[in-house]
Design a protein around this ligand. Structure first.
Ligand SMILES: Nc1nc2c(ncn2[C@@H]2O[C@H](COP(=O)(O)OP(=O)(O)OP(=O)(O)O)[C@@H](O)[C@H]2O)c(=O)[nH]1
Ligand SMILES: [Zn+2]
Length: 201
């Protein structure tokens, strides 16, 4: 499968029904040893499926639609545009438990600029899919590069993986950092400017 496939990977005729998804949750409730018939759990399968629709809503969105809405560069501005500290929640594709972190996304405009909220929306779309941090980092950079053809794109993602905190190795507080640089950001001087701006509070 293409690592940066922009849209849903399940054809709609293969998508299970809501009732089937709720039945799967019911099975898991039984499997962990609880009683799905007790009062507090009666509506839980429906709630979980609804929550999944929200948390995994990124499969139904194509970042190219968001990034297609660009506008002409304002007053000859051609320096770095950085949106930093974009908080996100994602889920790791190995264990389906949360990845919690921040993304920092910069680009160097060529002719057209992006609405700043569109950068945040793109992070949100990719975060609301099952992910590895590396894939998500690359997807954000590639989608902006493809849509805008800027002089360069820089993406840094910092996140804590709950699959390492809540289970398995059970170590809280470690942060994983991933980066992706394209175009002018291959130059270490631009990379340093990007990281300096991120660290500036
Ligand atoms: N590279 C990368 N690894 C990840 C990410 N999220 C989770 N992982 C790792 O994916 C690996 C899956 O390893 P497996 O040995 O197949 O699964 P596991 O037995 O559950 O592994 P443990 O977590 O070590 O218990 C683990 O080392 C996770 O820490 C990610 O975003 N990127
Ligand atoms: Zn995991």
């Amino acid at each position: 499968m293409d690592a940066i496939a922009p849209t849903s990977t399940h054809p709609s005729d293969e998508k299970p029904s809501r009732a089937e998804a709720e039945a799967a949750v019911l099975t898991l409730l039984k499997w962990i040893g609880d009683d799905p018939a007790r009062e507090g759990l009666i509506d839980t399968p429906a709630r979980v499926v609804k929550a999944y629709e929200e948390m995994f809503g990124g499969y139904d969105s194509d970042p190219a639609d968001i990034l297609g809405r660009t506008f002409e560069e304002v007053a000859g501005y051609d320096d770095i545009v950085l949106v930093k500290d974009i908080a996100f929640h994602s889920h790791c594709e190995h264990h389906m438990v949360p990845i919690i972190g921040k993304a920092h996304v910069a680009y160097l405009p060529r002719e057209r600029v992006l609405g700043l909220s569109k950068i945040v929306r793109v992070v949100d779309i990719f975060a609301r899919r099952l992910q590895t941090q590396e894939t998500m980092t690359a997807q954000i950079a590639t989608s902006i590069d493809d849509a805008l053809a800027p002089r360069g794109v820089a993406v840094m993602v910092e996140a804590e993986h709950m699959c390492m905190a809540m289970r398995g190795i059970r170590k809280h507080g470690s942060t994983t950092i991933t980066t992706r640089f394209t175009g002018a950001f291959d130059d270490p001087a631009w990379q340093n400017r990007f990281t300096d701006l991120i660290r500036t509070r």
